[in-house]
Design a protein around this ligand. Structure first.
Ligand code: BES
Ligand code: MN
Ligand code: MN
Length: 466
C-alpha cells in the first residue's frame, strides 16, 4: 500500500480542515445545554460517513444522545469490521487554563509534536481518533482498496458512561453483526514505540452525601459540639486507604487478578522513565500501592480516587459557617475479575458503616463498567500486529491501559467478537484536561495504519476459512 502515503500527503490539509470543523461543535454530553450540538455533531458525522463511501448512514435516536450508524457492504461472504468511536467530549473546564478557546481549534508545535498538534477539546478523545477511521475508509473506497465490509457505530454518550448503548446494541444485534470490533480511543507508548492496548480498567463511580444538622450553623456557637459533615466526610474518605495505599473496603481485592512474576517482568519491558514522568507532572515523588511499580499502579491495579469534594462556603473571603451538608464524587478503577456492581455494593455498605451517629450518609452509584483484557494469541491481534509492523517497521508492544471504555466488555458479550484497541494518542496529549491536543503526525499515522489492519485481517480471515 505504497500509495496510501501519497494519498495522505496529497489530502493532508483537507483531512485537517475537516477535523477542525468537527472540533468546533461543543458536543459536551454531560451538560444538557449542549443537546443540540450533539445532534449537530451526529449529523455531521453521518454526512462525513456518506462522503467517505458508506452506502448507508443513519442517526438512531436513543433515550439520550443519538448513535450514528454507517456501513458499506461489498460482499456478504467477506468479513466485516465494526468501528466504534464517540463524538461526545468532556466538559472543557477549567476554561481559563486553556491557552486558546477549547472549541476554536488551533495548530501549534510542541516539543513532542514538532509537526504540530491540533489543540481543542475532543482533538484526541475521541473526535480526532474516530475521524482517522472515516478518512481511512475514504482512502480505501476512493482507491479500490477496501478488502472487506465495514460498519460504524459512533456514539454520543461515552463520556457519561454509555448508558444507552447497551440498549441500542440489544435492539440492533443483527445490524451490528461483525467479525471484529476496531476502536481508536486509547493511546500508544511513544511515536517511535508503537503499542496496542490489551487491557482497560473497569470503573465504579459513586457519589456520597453527608448530612449533619438541618441547617447551616454559626461555627462559633455550634462548632465543636455538632458533627461537621465536611470534617466527618474527610475522615471517612481518609480511612478508605491504609498506610500502604491499599483500599480498606472489605472484599475489595477478592477477585483482583494477580499477575505472575514472569508476566510482570514482561510488562516492565515497556519503556518508562520515572524521573521523566515526575518531571512532566512537576511532582517530587509519586505515590501508590506498596509493592507495585508506577506502570502497574496505573494499569493492572485497582484504585480509589476522589474526583470532587464540596460543601460549605467556597466564595470570596471568609464566612464562619458549619455546613449542613458535604458531598464527594468518588471513582474506583477496577481490574479483572472485579465485578463493578458488586464493588459498588461493597463500597456502599462500607461507607455507610463508617458514618458516626452525628451524621446521615447517602450513597448513590452513577455508572460503571467491567474491565477488559484482549488476548494476544488471536487472529485479530495478529492482524493488528502485522498492520503496525508494516506501518512502523517494528512490532507493537501489547500494553495494559489504566483508562476505561466500559462498553467494550459488553460488546464482546453481546456481539461475540474480539475488540482491537488501536490507539494513536500520547499520554501527554492532555485528554480531559485543559489544552487537549492531538499530534498531526499521530493523526496521519493512524489514517495510514488502519487500512493495513483491514488488509491483514481479511487475509488471515480468508486463509482461516480455507
Ligand atoms: N478514551 C477514554 C479512555 C481511555 C483513554 C482509555 C486513554 C485508555 C487510554 C474514554 O473516553 C474515557 O475517558 N473513559 C472514561 C470512562 C467513562 C465512563 C467516563 C474514563 O476512563 O475515565
Ligand atoms: Mn474516549
Ligand atoms: Mn474520555
Amino acid at each position: 500500500m505504497q500509495d496510501i502515503n501519497k494519498y495522505v500527503e496529497e489530502n493532508k490539509q483537507r483531512f485537517l480542515d475537516e477535523l477542525i470543523e468537527l472540533l468546533k461543535i461543543p458536543s459536551i454530553s454531560a451538560d444538557s445545554k449542549y443537546k443540540n450540538d450533539l445532534l449537530k455533531t451526529a449529523e455531521a458525522v453521518k454526512q462525513r460517513l456518506l462522503e467517505a463511501g458508506c452506502d448507508v448512514a443513519e442517526i438512531h435516536e436513543t433515550p439520550g444522545h443519538p448513535v450514528v450508524f454507517g456501513e458499506k457492504i461489498i460482499d456478504k461472504d467477506l468479513p466485516t469490521v465494526l468501528v466504534y468511536g464517540h463524538y461526545d467530549v468532556q466538559p472543557p473546564d477549567p476554561v481559563d487554563l486553556w491557552e486558546s478557546p477549547p472549541f476554536e481549534p488551533v495548530i501549534k508545535k510542541t516539543e513532542i509534536h514538532p509537526e504540530g498538534a491540533i489543540f481543542a477539546r475532543g482533538a484526541c478523545d475521541d473526535k480526532g481518533q474516530m475521524y482517522m477511521h472515516v478518512k481511512a475508509l475514504e482512502y480505501m473506497t476512493k482507491n479500490d482498496q477496501l478488502p472487506c465490509n465495514v460498519k460504524f457505530m459512533i456514539e454520543g454518550e461515552e463520556e457519561v458512561g454509555s448508558e444507552n448503548l447497551g440498549w441500542f446494541i440489544e435492539k440492533n444485534r443483527e445490524k451490528l453483526k461483525n467479525d471484529v470490533i476496531l476502536i481508536s480511543d486509547t493511546g500508544m507508548i511513544a511515536k517511535d514505540t508503537p503499542s496496542i492496548t490489551t487491557g482497560l480498567r473497569g470503573l465504579s463511580y459513586m457519589e456520597v452525601e453527608v448530612t449533619g444538622p438541618n441547617r447551616d450553623l454559626h461555627s462559633g456557637l455550634y462548632g465543636g459540639a455538632v458533627g461537621n459533615p465536611i470534617n466527618v466526610l474527610s475522615k471517612m474518605i481518609a480511612s478508605l486507604q491504609d498506610e500502604n495505599n491499599r483500599i480498606t473496603i472489605p472484599g475489595f481485592y477478592d477477585h483482583v487478578k494477580e499477575y505472575s512474576e514472569a508476566e510482570r517482568a514482561k510488562m516492565a519491558e515497556a519503556p518508562f522513565d520515572l524521573s521523566d514522568y515526575k518531571k512532566k507532572l512537576n511532582v517530587e515523588d509519586v505515590q501508590g500501592e506498596k509493592g507495585y511499580s508506577t506502570l502497574e499502579r496505573a494499569s493492572i491495579r485497582p484504585t480509589l480516587d476522589v474526583n470532587g469534594i464540596w460543601g460549605g462556603y467556597t466564595g470570596e473571603g471568609a464566612k464562619t459557617v458549619l455546613p449542613s451538608k458535604a458531598y464527594a464524587k468518588i471513582s474506583m478503577r477496577l481490574v479483572s475479575d472485579q465485578d463493578w456492581k458488586k464493588i459498588s455494593e461493597l463500597f456502599t455498605k462500607h461507607f455507610e458503616s463508617l458514618a458516626p451517629k452525628s451524621v446521615k450518609v447517602k450513597v448513590t452509584t452513577h455508572h460503571g463498567g467491567q474491565a477488559y483484557v484482549t488476548p494476544i494469541d488471536t487472529l485479530e491481534y495478529q492482524a493488528a500486529n502485522d498492520a503496525y509492523a508494516e506501518a512502523f517497521g517494528k512490532d507493537p508492544i501489547p500494553q495494559h491501559s489504566g483508562g476505561s471504555i466500559p462498553i467494550v466488555s459488553l460488546f464482546e458479550k453481546e456481539l461475540k467478537s474480539k475488540t482491537i484497541l488501536m490507539g494513536f494518542g500520547l499520554d501527554t496529549d492532555a485528554i480531559h484536561s485543559p489544552n487537549e491536543h492531538f499530534g498531526i503526525w499521530n493523526y496521519l499515522k493512524g489514517i495510514e495504519t488502519i487500512p493495513l489492519f483491514y488488509k491483514h485481517f481479511t487475509k488471515l480471515k480468508q486463509a482461516e476459512k480455507k
